[in-house]
Ligand binder design. Sequence first.
Ligand SMILES: [Fe+2]
Length: 270
Amino acid sequence: MIQETDLLYFKNWFEMYVKQFCTGNERIDSAICLKVTHTKNVALEILGLANSLNLDAEHCYLAEIVAIFHDIGRFEQYLRYHTYSDQKSEDHAKLGLEVIASTGVISRLPLYEQELVRNVVAHHNRASLPQGDDQKFLLLLKLLRDADKIDILRVVTEHYAGFSRNEAINIGLPDTPEISDEIVNSILNCTLAKVQDIKTINDFKLLQVGWIFDLNFPRTYQIFKQRCYLDKLSAALPQTVNVIQAIDSARRFLMRKCTIERSVHECQIP
Ligand SMILES: [Fe+2]
């Protein structure tokens, strides 16, 4: 049985672990701080999603624990390669598994939960959900993927709007006007775009628009709508015909999802 003391232990461990990556160099420290804050926010967002599903206390603790560890490989990644681009360095989820193994930090958990945490970290940044019949694993993975997207969009939309700028966010992409047809077509087909097709910052922004097609829970759709993420991404993109069509496609999808969830909810009211 996972206890609140386990969660507190991991939160304290995280604080101690990340301290070693702060150097006094402003550029490095702000990149590290970006991921420290992101991790803490993902832990808050995942708890909000877990509560919206009325999950029990143990599921909520586990959800926060996977959030704490999901990007634990980011700090080693930045230290070794000075980038958050997996393409230009290595898979940060794999690096995270190495950190978890070398520190032994999760050894206080029962064996099944240790495997659960490792599997969720390993799959959190994959293009799609894995097949499998472990419902607890799939639930935690879906919660994490949604919470991760919610907070990444907070970070990038603040950056695109010109406040809280941090160059580590652009992962070294050129800020040129080109937009990849493959990415636009993915959005028009209501599918997730491929990371390999990203060539410019505009492509990266459109890929983030397409995250709308990879969400799992009603509350996540509501948050996307309430926080105006599509409007904010749209405002950061050139208003070309294909961009406008892609944003419209994503917006219609979001409205449909929010309407369906609202009518399901209304039907449940006695
Ligand atoms: Fe990640």
